[in-house]
Design a protein around this ligand. Structure first.
Ligand SMILES: Cc1cc2nc3c(=O)[nH]c(=O)nc-3n(C[C@H](O)[C@H](O)[C@H](O)COP(=O)(O)O)c2cc1C
Length: 180
């Protein structure tokens, strides 16, 4: 069985997908990963909207002016949103759940990509969050953090070379000024 560290080394954003459908068991496992994610004070302020209809995916693709290519290409997308009234750590909570789904997808041999929605805008300046809410009927009080796209990979990404990690970002005992 692949170690967790090897999984981290292998994980990459996958933006191209084949047309092969997702196994419903895999979909369930990925959604379980989101629901297993820790949240501040166990508030679980998040909600997840699963999108599979091609027409909806095409409409979501236009929610912002760049960086949306995987939405139209994917087999399924999970929109990650949260009620900000339920926790002051809702952004962290949504982010951890999204990351868990990406890692779970990788572990299953699937591809995933995080598409940022919050603080992003469509070509005409409209908020990407407003567009996503309108398409999917998400209530106005929900913050939409991102869309996690999923599918069978149609691209090869090389595992990360651990010797290229930025160890200068790690400070032991005290902050150490960079030599740069
Ligand atoms: C907060 C966040 C926002 C991101 N937004 C987008 C996005 O809108 N579109 C996209 O194609 N990739 C997006 N990504 C994926 C990053 O571009 C990707 O993680 C980064 O380039 C590193 O590549 P890797 O995931 O293959 O290691 C986002 C990732 C994070 C963590």
């Amino acid at each position: 069985m692949e170690s967790f560290h090897d999984l981290l080394i292998r994980r990459h954003s996958i933006r191209r997908y084949t047309s092969q459908p997702l196994d419903p068991e895999d979909v369930k496992t990925i959604l379980e990963a989101a629901l297993l994610a820790p949240t501040s004070k166990s508030a679980r302020p998040w909600q997840f909207v699963v999108v599979e209809q091609r027409e909806d995916l095409e409409r979501l693709d236009a929610c912002k002016s760049f960086g949306t290519k995987p939405i139209e290409a994917c087999t399924m997308a999970v929109v990650v949103c949260a009620d900000a009234e339920k926790s002051d750590m809702y952004i962290e909570d949504m982010s951890i759940a999204a990351a868990y789904m990406q890692l779970q997808a990788t572990a299953l041999g699937l591809g995933a990509c995080w598409i940022q929605v919050r603080s992003r805008f469509a070509a005409d300046g409209e908020s990407a969050e407003t567009i996503v809410r309108e398409i999917l009927g998400i209530p106005d009080n929900m913050v939409v953090e991102c869309i996690v796209t999923l599918g069978h990979p149609d691209e090869e990404r090389r595992p990360v070379d651990p010797s290229k990690l930025l160890w200068e970002k790690v400070h032991i005992d005290r902050w150490r000024a960079s030599e740069e």
